[in-house]
Design a protein around this ligand. Sequence first.
Ligand code: FEO
Ligand code: CA
Ligand code: CA
Ligand code: CA
Length: 744
Amino acid sequence: MTDQHYLDENYDMNDSGNPEFFELLNKQMNRRDLIKKTAGGAVAMTLAASLTGCGSDDNDNNNSAPPATETPNPDVDLTTRPSSLSFTPVEKHTRSEFTVPDGYDFKILHAVGDPLNSRLPVWDENRIPSGISYDRRVGDNHDGMTFFGMNPSTLKYDANESNQGLLVMNHEYIQRSDLHPRGSSFSDSSITEDEVFREVNAHGVSIVAINKNPVTQAISVDLDSEYSSFNRRITAATVIDFAGPVRGTDLVKTAFSPDGTSTRGTINNCGNGYTPWGTYLTTEENFNQYIARQGDVRDAETEYAIGTRYRMGSNASGYNWQSITDPQLTEDKTLFSRWNSIVSGTSATRDFRNTVNTFGWIVEIDPFDNRQRPVKRTALGRFAHEDCRVSRAIPGQPLAFYMGDDSTGEYIYKFVSDAVWDPKDVNGGYAAGDKYMNSGKFYVAKFDFNEATGEATGEWLELSMSNPSITAYERYKFKDQADILVHARIAADAAGATKMDRPEWVAVNPENGEVYVTLTNNSSRGSSYPTDAANPRRYADDDDASGRLRGNINGHIIRFREPDADVTATTFTWDIYLFGAESDSIEDVNLSGLTDANDFSSPDGMWFDPRGVLWIQTDDGAYTDTTNCMMLASLPGAVGDGSVQNAKSGDGTQKTPTGAILDDSKLRRFLVGPKGCEITGVTMTPDYKAIFVNVQHPGGTWPANQPGHLISTGRGSRPRSATVVITRKDGGVIAGETLEPSKA
Ligand code: FEO
Ligand code: CA
Ligand code: CA
Ligand code: CA
């Protein structure tokens, strides 16, 4: 079996070129080369201006040079955490527009279907490219994303490099009615091989080389320099190795990999993470939606695991990819049929009954290594993984990986490495991954609250065969650690973990090591899931005539502190950092005192930049009568800086420990996306002068309706998920205004 599935590598190549496309490329290349040769400073700025016309107009093609600004005070380090926020808060709106603060600009870097090399034709909605070619095109529904600086000499990871780098991003799922040539007349019952290829390839991860002009901060996608050799896709068909305790066990043996050491594809890649050695972590969230089990019959215990706890019922139909049983465009004849995970052969090595166990993992990708296969790190457990954040890398101390399982009433987990951090492992690639991610302890979180004393404490419950609650569990008999990892949800049930309001992204505060987790919402909180101090609210949305909006409608962000910032600790203290709410909600719903400048609903994406600014993104369906999804910036304090409050909990109240009330100098809205979208994925260049976000599943005709901001090369007006880069028009530090005396 080879890693290359496709018979015709030249399919959809367009060697005749496209004049507009090459013109754009040449323009970018010439400009970049000149700037590189002059090595920054005043001369480079003059050259950049003369090449581009130096417009400050938003309609310019990402070429606007900054106006001359004051010389920064040399005594002020502009890359430190600002003490307050002073950019103009962006107003809520429901327009089909992406909006940023005054003095900021944004560009749409690339959108679904854009090519990753200059030989492929541009995306054109009247000539949608072949499904096969999408393994060299940007995928759909962009999600988690990380910028990795690249040293221009060694072509390796460099955490301090801002002007060349690899932007790595997830493609969570697909917008079927916008993806295919037949558009909204798509029907999965008549799905074709070309469409299946397009769908499989539009999932996964993109690695995209980008360049930043150090003077203008203009970003370009690199399609043809030496850096562009790193451009590539990992898809739902890419061969990926298993590592850790589950590798080689009976649970993951298939006809594709009878020794259980590898599998094909990663799917529903949602949140993300990155390691201190310079690799990307992608997460496999709602993998259950893709897997069919047509005609499958298993014993009751296996059915409980697969069907009840992992939500792949015995008649699951998936995306119907499995219907392509005799593909013509690949030699890998089971590439699609394996999505029907049924018992059909005489053993697991002769069928794909174990496809169900090959997804739901954290996958490590070394963006700088396109020879070795990505790796599924099984020691971190199997569930609907959303985000994976590593603790601060402190020499001589273990690394912890904090993770959420985004499903109603599921759990928060951590994995603590046996190995201690050695900075010599930077650029250690998959070998470093083997060192830190294959061997360690796996835990799930339990939150407690003492109403009498107001103490909020918690425990990390170990998920291993040394935990008697797991070995004695009646509902499922665990055989070994591999069984616990594959069935982490059931082990967490047995251990007695706290059922949370859909744990999404995780962020680690670089100042103090505290860990934040978004709990996006839970319509069943207060009904099938009783309220508790960590998930305290049940209320109704008064202006929702449908009566649909009940429970924890707007979500919250919980945070915890391990004693002495020791990541091996098995206890913690906690509070709720922020409650999502409408600013005019009643007091015991709007417990964080949100105002027009910072109210939000359904927190999802979240990231501490290395200065300590916390970025919060929303994926909302409750406040969308008033505002599209958004991103906010915030400057948190620490666990315990607030007080115990009474939260609305149905007809009564629930006491809950709440963080300090923030005014809008500590929490304010930074951007609002176009109607219909989710804002997700956030990363910056290390100089803090460019911040990247993703716009997932916009509606209307976005981004075509904001043409002045497009550097993406497509033709057409279908809505397209896209990556956006935001810079300051004066080239300054994002959200750093208060460090500049003239702007404070
Ligand atoms: Fe993919 Fe939980 O958002
Ligand atoms: Ca409302
Ligand atoms: Ca998400
Ligand atoms: Ca979400």
